[in-house]
Design a protein around this ligand. Sequence first.
Ligand SMILES: [Zn+2]
Ligand SMILES: [Zn+2]
Length: 163
Amino acid sequence: MDRFSKDGKLIIPLMQRKKGTKETDDKKVRYVVTEAYCPDGCNIIDKEHKVHGAGGLRMKFKRADMEGEFVLSAIEGDFEKVILSGELKDGVKDELYCPHCGAMFAKLVDCSCKPDADMVVIGLTPKLDFNNAVSFCNVTGCPNGMSIKSGEVIQHIRLRGSI
Ligand SMILES: [Zn+2]
Ligand SMILES: [Zn+2]
């Protein structure tokens, strides 16, 4: 199998089958984001901190009584975080910022999980393009998230099978 898709993103097969997933899930592949940028163009991929073997997306979080940094998994649909400093609280929303310049990440739409939850957008190009981005909810523990990539929509439907 090709390890890279046409646009250079690394493809990894889903090796670990989680409890309760169907056998057909093993045939799926997921994309790994290899470039991600803040709204001002800083590259936020952190190769020092890997999540499931891939350099993650580093960001700063802030809420009323806490701030810190975490690294988000770059694997499509994973959204696992490694906390570098501070603490995240389940079910609580954080505002997310670039760890380099402090710019706040853009928000796409509201997430339905909480009244004030937002879907934060992280561009995969230095200049933010909403058609080439990943988006995820800023409430800890919320599983909502997606990759947005023009031209890949058909493939995503096939991969996920249910959209
Ligand atoms: Zn920045
Ligand atoms: Zn949510």
